[in-house]
Design a protein around this ligand. Structure first.
Ligand SMILES: [Zn+2]
Length: 308
């Protein structure tokens, strides 16, 4: 019968609702279902009675299970329903309608809430994406700004570096030695005017002994006036300097300049060797003022600031 089957029916309705609201909804819907169905049955029965018919047809949607059609006269259940309808009519007309509305509102609210939640989630996702894009853009901008700043800094820095290089070059040129020793890593093995069995006369130069192949350099700027084999001197280079003084480099293993070459103080003219009359690798160095008779190289070098 409708009255007794309403509650389970309502329970089924309630069970289709979200679990979170089921406990609250169960009681409410149970009561509502009961009242609503009885109201409908009551109203239909009253209308039927007023129209003089005894047949009550309720749509399945409205009545649910347990609805019965009577043949002639009111069944006891229908009579009960009619009584219940009369009792409840006063407030059912408005209250239940509003409850249905409320119920619809609930559904709409639930749907709206769901839609709103989905929208919010989508918005949040979009916001996150937008945020990520914004962050990426900001990062890119920062990188670009840093690059610009760096290049802005780099430009004067490059200029400063170039200026420093130029300055150092100028200093180096200004400080370029006017005179250097003819070789490096040497030890003196024979001095000027030293007597010895190998020489027809006393020694005419200063001997700088160093390993074969050690570079031999022009002591001052000048012009190469000889680069040739010269008897007992072996391979010999002679350089004439600005003041007319000639310096010579002998016993070399090779030449690195030719007659007519301009050289600077320190320009490599050849390498240490053992050519000519010598018992070991060394450069025989001579100083000939105005290309004349050789003088002692040691005081001459000292006069020019060097201490061989
Ligand atoms: Zn010598």
């Amino acid at each position: 019968m409708p009255k007794h089957q309403d509650a389970p029916n309502a329970d089924r309705q309630a069970s289709s609702r979200p679990a979170a609201s089921r406990r609250v909804a169960k009681h409410r819907f149970s009561r509502r279902g009961f009242t609503r169905r009885n109201q409908l049955i009551g109203l239909t029965a009253a209308l039927a009675a007023a129209a003089g018919t005894t047949t009550v047809g309720l749509s399945s949607a409205a009545s649910g299970p347990g609805t019965s059609n009577t043949g002639t006269g009111l069944s006891p259940a229908l009579a009960d329903a009619l009584v219940a309808a009369r009792v409840d009519r006063r407030d059912l007309g408005s209250r239940d309608a509003s409850r249905i509305d409320l119920s619809l509102d609930d559904a709409q609210k639930a749907a709206a809430s769901s839609a709103a939640r989905q929208r919010a989630e989508k918005l949040a996702a979009n916001a996150t994406l937008t945020q990520r894009r914004a962050l990426a853009l900001a990062a890119a901008k920062a990188t670009a700004a840093k690059k610009a700043a760096d290049s802005a800094k780099a430009l004067p820095a490059a200029k400063a570096a170039a200026a420093a290089v130029a300055e150092r070059a100028a200093i180096a040129k200004a400080a370029a030695p006017k005179i250097v020793l003819p070789t490096t890593g040497y030890h003196l093995t024979a001095r000027f005017n030293q007597a010895g069995g190998r020489w027809a006369h006393n020694h005419t130069g200063l001997d700088f002994a160093a390993p074969i192949g050690t570079p031999v350099r022009s002591v001052m700027a000048g012009e190469v006036i000889q680069a040739d084999w010269e008897g007992a001197y072996g391979r010999q280079v002679k350089v004439r300097h600005a003041d007319g003084t000639v310096t010579s480099y002998s016993h070399m293993s090779e030449f690195d300049v030719s007659v007519g070459d301009s050289v600077q103080a320190g320009t490599m003219v050849g390498r240490i060797g053992i050519t000519g009359n010598t018992t070991g690798p060394h450069v025989h160095f001579e100083v000939l003022p105005n290309g004349g008779a050789p003088i002692d190289p040691e005081p001459w070098l000292r006069d020019h600031g060097l201490n061989p």
